[in-house]
Design a protein around this ligand. Structure first.
Ligand code: ZN
Length: 235
């Protein structure tokens, strides 16, 4: 019998403390064919899209979260979630195979809940980025741009408050994301400024792979600037 890529896991809701089942993916059966320069994965046809299963949606109260959420609720935030999420929650479960649009729903719920809960900027940035990726797959460019900008702004907040310090994100990676997302939303000044920070960090032993990527993307920004200049002159 073939091993199913899915398995069930019981999760305890961070908000109402009730248990609910969620669908998880066997990571060794996930095959990424390629990744974009902002790390958006494209899965091989036979692979389960692991990206769709990062958000836990509590079927009881609607609170939606990822593994990056902290257990701590700042004073008043739980009441706000009860009022704005749970009171309006129509009981439903995302405990099954998810379509792209269901995955999008779960990330949007997590973004709303994380924002009310005042989660770390780096966590909110990661959620907004994944919403942008889903819109990229749906070829909805205006929504993709909107969420890329939201993610970029949250990474800037994260960088200035260093709230990524206890996470898996390194400072080089946060800087890279600010640069790359700025490039993608056409903020070439900001992109240039942050790419050069990474390239400078090479001297103090920055992460080699990211430094290489930053150099390539910086070159792209230069070309985009030249293009913009040439078309401005042609007018
Ligand atoms: Zn709950």
């Amino acid at each position: 019998m073939e091993l199913s890529p899915f398995y069930d896991k019981k999760v305890e809701c961070l908000c109402c403390s009730k248990a609910f089942p969620t669908t998880k993916i066997r990571s060794k059966l996930v095959k990424v064919e390629s990744t974009d320069t902002d790390f958006c994965p494209t899965y091989s046809e036979s692979s389960v899209p692991a990206l769709y299963y990062n958000v836990f949606v509590c079927e009881h109260c609607g609170f939606s979260f990822t593994e990056d959420f902290s257990r701590y609720f700042a004073p008043g935030t739980k009441e706000q979630i009860l009022e704005q999420i749970s009171a309006k929650w129509v009981k439903r479960s995302y405990h099954h195979e998810r379509s792209l649009s269901q995955a999008l729903d779960t990330y949007k719920l997590a973004l709303v809940c994380g924002t009310i809960k005042k989660e770390k900027f780096v966590t909110l940035a990661g959620i907004a980025l994944r919403i942008a990726w889903i819109y990229r797959k749906l070829q909805n460019e205006s929504q993709e741009q909107r969420f890329l900008k939201m993610a970029r702004d949250q990474y800037i907040e994260s960088y200035s408050t260093e709230d990524y310090a206890s996470t898996q994100m390194s400072d080089t990676r946060v800087i890279y994301m600010i640069a790359e997302l700025s490039r993608r939303i056409g903020d070439l000044d900001m992109a240039t400024r942050y790419y050069s920070k990474i390239i400078e960090s090479q001297r103090i032993g920055g992460e080699a792979k990211l430094v290489e990527m930053a150099k390539e993307q910086w070159q792209l920004v230069r070309e985009e600037r030249e293009k913009a200049r040439a078309s401005a002159e042609a007018v």
